[in-house]
Every structure is written in structure tokens, then in C-alpha cells.
Design a protein around this ligand. Structure first.
Ligand code: GDP
Length: 611
């Protein structure tokens, strides 16, 4: 039996079989899976109005369209699965069991401080840092590496607690969004002089959704009018019932500014950890964990703070985190001191990476440098393909015929630290200029602007935003020049937002509104075989103007629309304008359906200023 014809191409039809494709796959990849000639798929897709070459990365929507046409169910592999499969190909299972009971050792809890703005998160993190200066570290914590560890005496035992040193919810949610759960316990700060506020509830929701126990720090009890009991009362509505009210949440009254009861708060963290969590990990395996912060250090190159979650990290380890890899050259703690071993829950600043990882990128130690490099390179290739698929301008037959209705500003964001890139992205996505203009962030990352960024931008006519970063080299700058890619540099987020907003407004197609010019009544119709019918009119209102837009109204009904005053005469003379109260001859060009008694209305389209 002959294969049926699909879109003019002879192709065997599927029976709804599933075809799994990675992000950034091409028609050639699809063709290989279903054993057909890629050229045929190009042709079928062309028939569907999309022009794509066989090796171009194609987006999910296009694959689905093609799949429907050919009788296959397209399943795009999720980024998480893709990465899992990648690691499997290196015989690595990131989430493998850590070993039996004997292999596990207690590890410190990792704490994130959240709460409403101005309720004292930053002050509290400061106070905790000061409270716990280890004797020998008289200078205190000098380096902000994104996390720090304090040591607390509890039941006659010295115990450590790790604090993520970024107040606010962004870090917490950004990491969760990437599937990285770093936080064991949330300290929810609520100012006793203010009470439960929107971000208090937001923080609480994030923590509860992640199943993370909460310790409430009722802050600013030194302020007059502070009412800690009211906070306890308010929070019962959100299922946070204080222990003294018969619930299981610990509330501690503190004052971060004068440093009051900080020790009690730390104790509550340990008590909660012991009661609610089984915090153990295997320290005797190659280290794994999460990058919580990264930046480009002028002297030291890319540096990243990683939190070890299992195993022990040591200098010399071959590490890969996201698309960045390297051999750990040195590890530093929050005192700027070298660290020889980082065990579970220990945050350290790692030197020796090739690039800056993103907040939330998981890291692992590979068997050797080569493996680490290969994993990073494969990830980079996967990301590039996925970005290309997303960025590929959909050249459709339709868009050839009609101009697209939506204008899109494509942006690539590069910044010096992951936090600022995320903040900038968040703020940019909040710019609202209506439905006609889209802002599309096709790629983001930390570090210098690379040739890869420029290539991406040139494919989709994007603009590159460099936030405190510059092109990697002269070559990259030249490439941008050659490709006509604009790079804009900023060091202040607000400046970037303002300019982008202005650019978006500039991209808005002008909105036009109709402005009435005048009305004329047809008193007589002159027929001319040469130039068609001419309307002998009396201008009853406003003016008639040559080349103005016009419509013809008969008995109150528009019978001709989109017409033009092709010629306008007074007596025998061609004129440009005739005012009301005067007679004139009007030709509407090829439109000849005019009758005595009809009205000709003229109007102009004027650009409406944008608000
Ligand atoms: P964040 O926005 O939650 O990080 O809040 P901050 O830590 O920046 O604190 C906001 C303001 O409250 C600052 O002016 C602090 O000095 C002040 N503040 C924080 N904690 C206390 C406190 O315990 N007592 C008093 N009186 N003021 C505090």
C-alpha cells in the first residue's frame, strides 16, 4: 500500500506514537526518530506555513503542529529530565541514596530569613553575625559570601547553624524554581510595631509550600507600642500557632538593632530542627550541593559560593556547577580564610571556576577534570540549542503577507552577579505597556558578554544589556559591530528599566484617531466619460480638502468607506481646500456610486499621543 500524502508529501503516518525530543531539537532529529527524510519534514512544515531548515532548532509549538499533522505525539523532554539523562550518560545519579544509616552524620540546619520589607531581616542577619563571632575571629565576619555559619552552645555542645545571607524571598524562590531546596528552616521576621503584612504572608506561603518549618522572630520589641502578643494572635489565622498557645511553632521576641534575645532565637532554631527534621548527610562521598551566589571578581575571576549538601568538598576537586566547571583552586570562608574541607551544610567561596554559575545551579564533584568539562560543555550546548529554538524567528508565510501585529523587543541580560540579573529581569518583566508590545528575555547570565550572546542577539535582532559587565574581548565587540547587535551598558537598575520602558513605548505602533474635517452635500451629479462621476456639492460644515479620506453617507447609512477626495474644484480651478458655505466639484476617483442628496464626509487620521 502506498503511503498517504501529507501536505503534498508522501509520508507514512504515525498512530499517535510518542516521540521524545530534547529542547532545541531540529527537524533532522525528528526525522531520525520516525525514520523519514528530513527534507520531507521541511516540506510538510512549509505546507503548514513555516519555513525552517532541517538543522535549525525548532520550538515546541512547531513540533506539536508537525506532530499533529503526521500523527505523532510530541513529548518535549523537560530541562530537569534532560539534565538527569545527561548525568546518567556519565554514570552519575545526582539524587542517589547516600548510603546506609551508619554512613550518615548530623549536619547543621540551613536557615533563610524572610519577612516583610523593613521588618528587620537585614538587621537580624547582622545581629546574628555579630552575636557569634568565634573567639579566634576577633575581626568578625568580613566577607559577604552569600552565606555564613555561626556556632552556638546548646545543651553543653557547640553546634553550627548556616545562614543564607540574602534577606528576602527572591533567593528562596529562585532556588526552588530550579528544584534546589537549600533551606531547612525559615526564620519569619515580623515587626512587633507593625504586624502581619502582605510579604509576611507571602513568605509564610513560600515556606509552607516548600514544607519548611518556621521559627517566628517577633522583632523590634524595644520600640514603643510594640505588641508581640498581637503578632501571635494574627499568625494563628495562618496556621502558625505559638507553642505557648498549644501550637508547635516557636515564637521568639527579639530586637535586632540592640541585639536582644538573639541567643534565644538561635536556640529556637536548633530546637525546631531537632524536633521537626532529621538533618543528616553522608560526608564521605564526592561533594554535591548548590551554588547560592556567584560573581565575577576582578582579581580572582569567576567565584561562587556553594553550599555543600552531601560529601566533602576539597581543594583540587574537579567540580561542575551548571555550565561552569573547574578544579577547586582554593576555598574561602566568610572570614576570608582558606578552608581545607567543606562538609555538609558548609558554605564556601570557591575559586577556580571557568564561569559564574547561577544561583540555584546544582554542583557536583566529578571523577576527573575531563568529565567535569564534558558535562559543562554538554549543558552549555543544550542551553544554547534550547535558546536558539526559543529565539528562532518564526518566519511564516503569514508574516510575509501581513505585518505581524505584535512587536517584540528581545533582550539578553548579562550582569556581574546572579542577584542583579534576576532583579533586573524581574523588574523588566513588570514593565507594562499593553498587549501590542512584548518584552522577551531570550537569554540571561552572569559574566562578560560573549560571542555566544552576540550570536543569539543577531539571530533574533535582540539587544544585549550589560549590567556592570563588558564584552569579553575586542573580538566580541567587533562581532557585535559586524552583526549590528546593540549592546547597552548600565550600572544602575533604574536607568536600565527607564530606558527599556522608553524603548518599548517607542516601539508601540502609533495609534491613530479619526479627526472630522467637514461635510458636503451632493446637489448635482455630473457624468463625465473621461473622469467618471463628479459630485457638485455645497460644503455644509468644516472644509473639503484634496487627498483627504472620505466616506459617502446616504440616508444616514455609510455606503462608501475608505474613499479619497481625488480632485477638488471651484468653478474650473483645481483647489486644495474649500470651506463651508461654498460650492465645489468633487471626484471620488473610481467610486462612482453617487446620488443627489448623499453626503460626503471627510476626515484625517491623526496620531494619538501616548500617555
Ligand atoms: P529589612 O527590609 O527587613 O531588611 O529591614 P532592615 O533590617 O533594613 O530594618 C529596617 C529598619 O528597621 C532599619 O532602620 C533598622 O534599623 C530598623 N530595625 C530593625 N530591627 C530593629 C529593632 O529591633 N529595633 C528597632 N528599634 N529598629 C529596628
Amino acid at each position: 500500500m502506498q503511503a498517504p500524502t501529507i501536505g503534498g508529501v508522501r509520508l507514512p503516518r504515525g498512530n499517535g506514537e510518542a516521540v521524545r525530543l530534547p529542547r532545541g531539537a531540529s527537524l533532522a532529529d525528528f526525522a531520525e526518530r520516525i525514520d523519514v527524510d528530513p527534507a520531507q519534514l521541511v516540506q510538510v512544515l512549509f505546507g503548514l506555513g513555516e519555513m525552517v531548515t532541517a538543522t535549525q532548532s525548532v520550538d515546541e509549538d512547531t513540533f506539536r503542529l508537525l506532530g499533529e499533522e503526521l500523527g505523532y505525539e510530541i513529548q518535549m523532554v523537560s530541562p530537569e529530565d534532560e539534565d538527569r539523562e545527561l548525568l546518567e550518560s556519565f554514570d552519575i545519579d545526582f539524587d542517589a541514596e547516600e548510603g546506609d544509616e551508619d554512613a550518615l552524620a548530623a549536619r547543621p540546619p540551613v536557615v533563610t530569613v524572610m519577612g516583610h520589607v523593613d521588618h528587620g531581616k537585614t538587621k537580624l542577619l547582622d545581629a546574628i553575625r555579630k552575636e557569634n563571632i568565634v573567639e579566634s575571629e576577633a575581626g568578625g565576619i568580613t566577607q559577604h559570601i552569600g552565606a555564613y555559619q555561626v556556632s552556638v552552645e546548646h545543651d553543653g555542645e557547640q553546634r553550627a547553624i548556616t545562614f543564607i545571607d540574602t534577606p528576602g524571598h527572591e533567593a528562596f524562590t529562585a532556588m526552588r524554581a530550579r528544584g534546589a531546596q537549600v533551606t531547612d528552616i525559615v526564620i519569619l521576621v515580623v515587626a512587633a510595631d507593625d504586624g502581619v503584612m502582605p510579604q509576611t504572608i507571602e513568605a509564610l506561603n513560600h515556606a509552607q509550600a516548600a514544607g519548611v518549618p518556621i521559627v517566628v522572630a517577633v522583632n523590634k520589641i524595644d520600640v514603643e507600642g510594640a505588641n508581640p502578643a498581637k503578632i501571635r494572635q494574627q499568625l494563628t489565622e495562618y496556621n502558625l500557632v505559638a507553642e505557648e498557645y498549644g501550637g508547635d511553632t516557636m515564637f521568639v521576641d527579639v530586637a535586632a538593632k540592640p541585639g536582644l534575645n538573639i541567643d534565644k532565637l538561635l536556640e529556637a532554631v536548633l530546637l525546631t530542627a531537632d524536633a521537626a527534621l532529621d538533618l543528616r548527610a553522608n560526608p564521605d562521598m564526592p561533594a554535591r550541593g548548590v551554588a547560592i551566589e556567584g560573581h565575577l571578581d576582578r582579581g580572582r575571576g569567576p567565584v561562587a559560593t556553594v553550599l555543600v549538601q552531601r560529601g566533602t568538598l576539597r581543594p583540587g576537586d574537579a567540580i561542575v556547577t551548571g555550565q561552569s566547571y573547574g578544579r577547586v583552586r582554593a576555598m574561602l570562608d566568610e572570614y576570608g580564610k582558606p578552608v581545607e574541607e567543606a562538609k555538609p551544610s558548609r558554605p564556601v567561596l570557591v575559586l577556580g571556576l571557568t564561569a559564574v554559575p547561577g544561583a540555584g545551579d546544582k554542583f557536583l564533584v566529578a571523577d576527573d577534570d575531563r568529565t567535569a568539562r564534558q558535562i559543562a560543555e554538554k549543558r552549555e550546548a543544550m542551553e544554547r540549542n534550547a535558546a536558539l529554538a526559543k529565539a528562532r524567528k518564526r518566519v511564516t508565510l503569514e508574516s510575509f503577507m501581513a505585518e505581524s501585529k505584535v512587536e517584540t523587543l528581545n533582550l539578553i541580560l548579562k550582569g556581574d552577579v546572579s542577584g542583579s540579573v534576576e532583579a533586573l529581569e524581574d523588574a523588566l518583566l513588570k514593565i507594562d505597556v499593553g498587549d501590542e508590545v512584548n518584552l522577551n528575555i531570550i537569554h540571561r547570565g552572569v559574566g562578560a558578554i560573549t560571542a555566544n550572546d552576540v550570536n543569539l542577539a543577531s539571530i533574533d535582532q535582540g539587544i544585549i544589556i550589560g549590567f556592570n559587565v563588558r564584552p569579553q574581548s575586542r573580538t566580541v565587540e567587533d562581532l557585535a559591530d559586524r552583526e549590528g547587535v546593540e549592546i547597552r551598558y548600565y550600572s544602575v537598575i533604574y536607568a536600565a528599566i527607564e530606558e527599556i520602558e522608553a524603548a518599548l513605548k517607542g516601539m508601540l505602533k502609533p495609534e491613530f484617531e479619526e479627526v472630522q474635517l467637514g461635510t458636503a452635500e451632493i446637489r448635482e451629479v455630473f457624468r463625465s466619460s473621461r473622469i467618471g462621476n463628479i459630485a457638485g456639492c455645497m460644503v455644509t460644515d468644516g472644509i473639503m480638502r484634496r487627498n483627504a479620506s472620505a466616506r459617502l453617507v446616504r440616508d444616514g447609512v455609510v455606503v462608501g468607506e475608505g474613499l479619497t477626495i481625488v480632485s477638488l474644484r471651484r468653478e474650473k480651478d483645481d483647489v486644495t481646500e474649500v470651506r463651508d458655505g461654498f460650492e465645489c466639484g468633487i471626484s471620488l476617483g473610481s467610486f462612482n456610486d453617487i446620488k443627489v442628496g448623499d453626503r460626503i464626509e471627510t476626515y484625517e487620521m491623526k496620531e494619538k499621543p501616548r500617555g
